[in-house]
Design a protein around this ligand. Structure first.
Ligand SMILES: [Zn+2]
Length: 337
């Protein structure tokens, strides 16, 4: 089967045939991947943001939609032919060991979930059964972008009706934070980004105001609209943006973007009730959250389909990754596997 392999950091992925070495182990599920999203985390892995990678060569990807081909011993929550969302956060079921693949006589590592391949062996607890016949491309984003965005609002920020929301960076996850904020009754919602197309796009998901961060005056522009925001969420991971965002609230600042360097802040307000919260996928519980979001999408209350703005074939995945690195993707890019 075809797969995109990370062989070396900061090099293009190698798209080639790999094979599975062993039979399915306890808790493992063989899934035909239909669509996989590409997320900032994979860009971080490719660029080596967390340092040297001892698992190279390895597979990548952590949100997808597919169908079950075969289940390993002990698997109870899904069965053959089930439609499933693949997610990186743990849900119900066995936490299986990662599969090992072979490529030209070399061992290729994977994790409990990898999705940039035609088929993949997934741990049972990274799969949630789907019942609707919604667009599979949109459903794939329930694996990370959407669940993270909604989790940030509900679990990390615990946003209340009428609270104000500032979202720094409105890429895939940021858009979902805007949409979740709107659904949760936030007002006003201000989105900030360097990309004007992304800002315009965020209005369709509920942003009341958009401010370009190209000029440093963006901070004053936010203050002009809102002396202090209730909730500020950073999706950029950029030091200057996080530090400025922290000053914009006396209440809650949530960090979602993969941090690129250390930040420097005045910690005194933290003693006086201000909160600085690091989010881990919105602390979402896929087993509970994905069916809820599926229901909302089926009822037309959230729009998954519209989030998908680009589609590439697996063999062309690098072109999409390059576009993401260049900051040119508006919405979310999916890979057809
Ligand atoms: Zn992700």
């Amino acid at each position: 089967m075809l797969a995109a392999i990370l062989v070396e950091q900061n090099k293009p992925l190698v798209v080639d045939d790999i094979s599975l070495q062993t039979r399915l182990d306890v808790g493992q599920v063989l899934v035909k991947i239909n669509y996989s999203g590409i997320c900032g985390s994979q860009i971080g892995e490719i660029q080596g943001i967390k340092g040297p990678d001892k698992y190279l060569p390895h597979l990548l990807g952590h949100e997808a939609f597919g169908s079950v081909l075969e289940i390993g011993p002990g698997v109870r929550s899904v069965s053959k032919d089930d439609k499933v969302v693949l997610h990186w956060r743990k849900g119900r079921g066995i936490d299986a060991s990662p599969a090992v693949y072979e490529w030209n006589g070399r061992k290729v590592n994977s994790g409990q979930i990898t999705t940039f391949s035609e088929m993949s062996v997934i741990s049972e607890n990274r799969l949630t059964k789907i019942h609707s016949s919604l667009d599979p491309r949109g459903l794939s984003l329930l694996g990370c972008a959407v669940t993270t965005g909604f989790g940030v609002i509900c679990n990390n920020a615990k946003l209340k009706i009428g609270e104000s929301l500032v979202v720094l960076g409105v890429g895939g996850v940021g858009l979902n934070i805007v949409e979740a904020g709107k659904l949760a009754g936030a007002h006003p919602i201000i989105s900030i980004d360097i990309n004007q197309e992304r800002l315009n796009f965020s209005k369709r998901f509920g942003a009341d105001y958009t401010i370009s961060s190209i000029s440093k005056s963006w901070i004053d522009e936010v203050r002009g609209l809102l002396p202090k925001a209730d909730v500020v969420v950073d999706c950029t991971g950029i030091k200057e943006i996080i530090e400025a965002g922290y000053e914009l609230t006396n209440s809650r600042m949530i960090l979602v973007g993969v941090p690129k360097e250390n930040i420097s802040i005045n910690s005194l307000p933290l003693h006086l009730g201000k909160k600085l919260i690091g989010s881990h996928g919105g602390e979402s519980d896929p087993t509970v959250d994905i069916p809820r979001l599926e229901t909302l999408a089926t009822a037309g209350k959230i729009n998954l389909e519209e989030l998908v703005t680009e589609e590439v074939e697996l063999k062309n995945i690098q072109s999409a990754i390059d576009k993401m690195i260049a900051g040119k993707v508006v919405g979310r890019c999916v890979v057809r596997c």
